[in-house]
Design a protein. Sequence first.
Length: 237
Amino acid sequence: MVAKMMVNAALTAPFTGGVPGHEAEIVYGQKEFETIAREMERLAHKEVPARLKKPFLYEAVMVRESDAIVFLGNKRAQETPMDAGCGLCGGEPDCSFFYERTPNFNGIVDITDRSCETNIKGPLCVLRTHDLGYALGSALWLAANNFVDAKPCYSTGLAGQKLGYCNHSGLVVAVLLAVASKNPYADIPPNYHLTNMSKQMDALRKIATITRQIPNHPYHTFDPAKKSGKEARQKED
């Protein structure tokens, strides 16, 4: 319910020019989470810069620990810029920076070639990407006011985009959601992809399973805690 309300808050946030340009998807289920987490791990080892490797690996664990994920994407940043000549993209105040680097016909952008050498196919209209920030802020506000732990992640959004979530968008961000007594997205120890709770519990389970076999006594006839009759009399004397 909170995830649906977050989507409503995001899609009704104030946007540049008052024109809607966002899409959203809600994802839940252990199988879906595992698929997204493995794509994040693939990106960490194969595609993203070295400085982002550990954040991607850590946040893949957080995906597995979540109850739901909300994907939010902006559909206009790549295809229909605001044409405000603001210069936020770093170019001239006539949007030429965008159009000179994007195939277009009379200002209509051709996005049919979706191949790119970077993780995000640019350039993007910065005013439109700002709109995604407003949408995320509205969604996070709603989560906080309903006591749901939430964490926005570029890593999960990128993995989701490559897997086909919000596939009309040029930029996608994911919000991880969890309802727990302890926020699973805070107080993260080093090497979290190896030291998370699931890994530690599995290691403890392995040790406990092995050590319980050491006594190897028939529990229904022998109790090592029970004293023999002779030992009991000696204690009484």
